[in-house]
Design a binder for this molecule. Structure first.
Ligand code: AMP
Length: 283
């Protein structure tokens, strides 16, 4: 079922008394990464709702909101084939009302703690995680899921959502799913569509850097600067590195030395497309 209004989702949700419901929030342009979340949701829950919403309030003014790929017909077919019960594809007006400027001057926002936001993607994407938390809490309130599924691909986002759920006592269990990659190693992303063939080759550097850091850690190197320095031989003038960090995977805290709880995270622009990836060092 493809639904566009909050009332319709609430009505359908009411019919599912006593059944477990899973929510998979997405921005659409679905690929195998999203489908892995849907598969996990199908395995875990009786009913599955996938939201497809390019959320205006999580994009900065100079980001790609207007050109972000929108492929709802194809997304709906993929969801139907995967056995999804409801695809919820609201308009921005349905989610945020008409006529108001989308800002925290006029809308209630959820603001995750500065400690989690003032690093990694949050450093350059001001307000991004406020927009993410706000829309995710709205989707939780609309769909009232027992479980919600997020990808490790957006590791900072997953940590922040867990923190929001804990701090605000939201009755939903967060399930994190591993990163799905192309055979080449490139992490699947809706934004890979922006890359040329050459760009896709250059983009492989992200996963190569991360794999190499993990290999060095496995050989016994735990000094974080030394691990990070191994990246530089991979980077060319076609790579614009935004960050490379090694942090605690649960808390995003800095560590004295890398350990089995460490995560290496990278953001890098290739052909001006901002790509992110990460790897757990301990598994
Ligand atoms: P997005 O549509 O990009 O907002 O992503 C929706 C959800 O899919 C988020 O929880 C992402 O972390 C997850 N996701 C995106 N790409 C991948 C991937 N390659 N592997 C696993 N999960 C992913």
């Amino acid at each position: 079922m493809l639904l566009h209004t909050i009332d319709d989702v609430r009505r359908a949700r009411k019919e599912w008394k006593g059944l477990t419901v899973g929510l998979v929030p997405t921005m659409g342009a679905l690929h195998a990464g999203h489908l892995s979340l849907i598969k996990k949701a199908k395995e875990t829950c009786d009913k599955v709702i996938v939201s497809v919403f390019v959320n205006p309030i999580q994009f900065g003014p100079s980001e790609d909101f207007d050109k972000y790929p929108r492929t709802i017909e194809k997304d709906y077919e993929l969801c139907k084939d995967a056995g999804v019960d409801i695809v919820f594809a609201p308009s921005p007006k349905e989610m945020y009302g008409e006529g108001q400027r989308l800002s925290n001057d006029t809308l209630t926002y959820v603001c995750p703690p500065f400690f989690y936001v003032n690093k990694l993607c949050g450093k350059t994407r001001t307000g991004h995680f406020d927009g993410v938390c706000t829309v995710v809490l709205k989707l939780f309130n609309i769909a009232q899921p027992d479980y919600a599924f997020f990808g490790q691909k957006d590791a900072q986002q997953a940590v922040i959502i867990r923190k929001m759920v804990k701090d605000l006592n939201i009755p939903v269990e967060i399930i994190q799913c591993p990163i799905v990659r192309e055979e080449s190693g490139l992490a699947l992303s809706s934004r890979n569509k922006y890359l040329s063939e050459d760009g896709k080759k250059d983009a492989l550097v992200l996963s190569r850097i991360l794999n190499n850091i993990k290999a060095c850690y496995s050989k016994g190197i735990t000094d974080i600067s030394a691990l990070k320095e191994t990246a530089y031989s991979y980077l060319t003038d076609r790579h614009d590195l935004e960050y490379l960090e090694i942090l605690d995977k649960n808390t995003l805290e800095e560590q004295e030395k890398a350990n089995n709880d460490s995560i290496a995270l990278i953001a890098c622009r290739v052909e001006n497309v901002r790509l992110i990836d990460n790897i757990y060092l301990g598994e």
